[in-house]
Design a binder for this molecule. Structure first.
Ligand code: TYD
Ligand code: MG
Length: 455
């Protein structure tokens, strides 16, 4: 059987291009597993002890399991308040970003508080992991290291040690003896994830899986993996910056798009309790093209600086480059600026960047991006102590957005004196009011916003 490694579709013969998803050169030969002999249903998998019979909703008792803390508060926050017993968590990220570091730190902390932890690595030897552990000052904790890639061996060790937490460093290196295909192929990864799922649920052991990502940033191998696990976390960050962001993209036990911010230091990852301060640290003073926007990630407001540079193009076609925001969104905002605010950007190169390597993808960041561009075009400075947020519509209107109060509070806390925001988000009862030291300026259109910002 030939199986597409991108989408999992099967074909009896090799094809250069997958007939289902259109991916090139993605078919790999896998031997189908023979159905186990005996009566059907004998070899079934079970998530709970009483497999087979359905139970009445009202008969099922809620098991109150306290969440376990990883000892790293930013990590707990992304997980929705700690590790849920019996949950399966997938942590994805580019090579060298700090996945093994974070999990080793969490493992050491949990070994101290929750009981023995099994850290199984298919990428490094015990010796190498210990070397890293020395840097992280793991110290004396019941932490078991296992350099193993065979799934059956890992499951044996889990049964022997009965750990409070299992970490499998890179699910792509694990292979099951039942399959003859190579480790990392879709069949192997799926089998490993499923077996570990049954162990996690059946014995109530929380399990972390590390997953590799492909060049385009999605998890390598099957998307199917994301369906199997309870929580999917992505590690983001740039090689050239020391800070790292862990983002939840799926969480059965908490809010998604929740994020934790860390800084990579010589002794491991350190949580950053106040990310706004970090992202605004190097803001230039009195420079045109710089604006501060309040973005909300999950339940947490973060102020980030957006920078824009508009310069006349020396080539026929103008270049538009966006980093940290969506390129399509940038094109849309430029069109709105041209049409609704009367700016002429036809022959200009436009570069937009979110400082510090952050990514913002919520519509509330529109106003900030637009203001930064206008500020650069008109060469006028947006006052240092002004922050902004709001969605911009195609008619040039500024639309209300969610969680406005949270954003204003964060801006006021960070010392901003003025907040330019959608009129719709200001309660008519307290128009013209201030939140603490922060003056609230409501705007209805892009024109009004620019007047308020570029005085
Ligand atoms: P690692 O956790 O091995 O990445 P991954 O498992 O995601 O591939 O992190 C490796 C990087 O982190 C490496 O470039 C070195 C750096 N690092 C530090 O800066 N400080 C530390 O204390 C540790 C352990 C690693
Ligand atoms: Mg690693």
């Amino acid at each position: 059987m030939f199986v597409c490694q991108e989408c999992g579709s099967q074909s009896p013969k090799w094809l250069g291009r997958c007939a289902d998803c259109g991916a090139w050169n993605s078919l790999v030969e896998e031997r189908p597993q023979e159905a186990p002999a005996g009566a059907p249903g004998v070899h079934r998998y079970a998530l709970a002890g009483n497999a087979g019979s359905a139970r009445l909703y009202s008969d099922i008792e809620i098991e109150q399991h306290a969440r376990l803390s990883t000892g790293i508060d930013e990590f707990d926050r992304v997980l929705g308040g700690g590790v849920v017993p019996g949950s399966l968590v997938l942590l994805g990220g580019e090579p060298g970003i700090g996945k093994s570091t974070l999990l080793l730190q969490a493992a050491a902390n949990m070994a101290r508080t929750a009981g023995p932890v099994l850290y199984s690595s298919g990428e490094e030897s015990e010796h190498q992991i210990k070397l890293r552990g020395e840097r992280l000052e793991v110290g004396a904790a019941p932490l078991y290291l296992l350099a193993e890639t065979c799934l059956e061996r890992i499951l044996e060790e889990i049964a022997r040690i009965k750990p409070a937490l299992v970490i499998v460093d890179s699910v792509q290196t694990v292979f099951s003896l039942k399959f003859q295909s190579a480790p990392g192929s879709i069949g192997q990864v799926r089998e490993a994830a499923t077996q570990l799922l049954f162990t996690a649920k059946g014995q109530n052991i929380p399990t972390f899986l590390v997953g590799h990502v492909t060049k385009d940033g999605s998890l390598a191998g099957p998307k199917a993996l994301e369906h199997v696990v309870d929580t999917v976390l992505y590690f983001e960050g740039e090689r050239h910056h020391s800070h790292r962001v862990v983002r939840a993209v799926k969480n059965r036990f908490g809010a998604i798009s929740e994020l934790g911010v860390f800084e990579m230091t010589s002794t491991g990852l350190r949580p950053v309790p106040n990310p706004s301060k970090l992202f605004l640290a190097e803001r230039p003073s009195n420079a045109p093209g710089s604006a501060v926007l309040c973005s909300v990630e999950g339940s947490r407001p973060i102020l980030v600086e957006v920078q824009a540079l508009v310069s006349s193009s020396s080539y026929g076609t103008a270049r538009r480059m966006a980093s940290g925001i969506d390129q399509q969104r940038l094109s849309l905002l430029l069109a709105v600026l041209e049409k609704r605010a009367g700016l002429n950007l036809m022959g200009d190169d436009v570069f937009v960047n979110i400082a510090g390597g952050m990514t913002v993808d919520e519509p509330a960041s529109d106003l900030g991006v637009l203001a930064a561009i206008a500020s650069s075009v008109r060469n006028r400075v947006i006052p240092q102590t002004t922050a902004m947020f709001g969605e911009v519509g195609l008619a040039g209107e500024v639309r209300g957005i969610a969680q406005a109060t949270l954003r204003v509070r964060e801006a006021a806390q960070m010392g901003f004196r003025r907040c330019v925001m959608p009129e719709a988000n200001i309660d008519p009862a307290d128009r013209g009011q201030r939140a603490g030291d922060c003056e609230l300026v409501g705007v209805r259109t892009v024109g009004e916003a620019l007047d308020a910002l570029l005085q």
